[in-house]
Write a protein that binds this ligand. Structure first.
Ligand code: GLN
Length: 203
């Protein structure tokens, strides 16, 4: 299993370290050719406008979009979630792989960054220590998109549909590998449907 971590800007090293601890091989994705042969891709936190611009400049926006549409498991954390969204309410490059409306920097100056014990039923009974850093929130879920975690006030902060997973917060910063394991289970399931994978477009 080989997981690509988009390494154009932001918190990619922390994802690599978490995956290494789980014994999973990773590749830093900095160019189009690095997309070849991946079993999954993580888009890290950072600055979504910058990452989007770099994807465009490096001519990677369309190849990543095509891989996601063809079923490659892709997980976006924080800025990565913004990039996966279909609507961010302002003009910037997004992949549109998950039908969600996202609001950037949604928690305001007072709550700029915070941590909370977040119930995530899909990960089991223990809450997940979720670190939010100038985080986006999900304002609306499209049809077929499943919420995975909500704050006490009902704000949705994690969601998925099929091969696409998005979290507002940073599971790579806390040492709890459960979200990475959850994503890897998606990757394993996608690998099990090998004939479809053969049809993935080559970047
Ligand atoms: N505020 C950033 C953005 O809008 C996301 C912050 C993060 O990834 N920690 O892109």
């Amino acid at each position: 299993m080989l997981i690509g971590v988009l390494a154009l800007q932001g918190a990619f090293i922390e994802h690599e370290r978490t995956l290494a601890r789980l014994g999973v091989a990773t590749r830093e994705v900095r160019q189009r050719k690095h997309l070849d042969g991946l079993d999954g891709l993580i888009i890290p936190g950072g600055e979504s406008t910058t990452i989007g611009k770099l994807l465009d400049i490096l001519e990677m926006t369309e190849p990543v979009r095509a891989l996601g549409r063809a079923g490659l498991p892709i997980w976006g954390t924080c800025a990565g979630m913004i990039l996966l969204a279909s609507d961010v309410g302002r003009p910037q490059t997004v992949l549109g792989l998950l039908d969600i409306v996202v609001r950037r920097n949604a928690f305001g100056a007072q709550l700029d960054s915070f941590e909370t014990a977040l119930p995530v039923p899909a990960l089991g009974p223990d809450p997940f220590r979720a670190v939010f850093i100038r985080a986006p929130l999900i304002e609306r879920l499209g049809p077929g998109v499943t919420p995975l975690a909500t704050l006490e006030d009902g704000t949705i902060v994690a969601a998925e549909r099929d091969n696409i997973l998005a979290t507002s917060f940073h599971p790579e910063l806390t040492g709890d590998p459960r979200f990475h394991e959850y994503f890897l289970a998606k990757v394993a399931a996608a690998r099990a449907t090998a004939p479809e994978r053969e049809a993935l477009p080559r970047p």
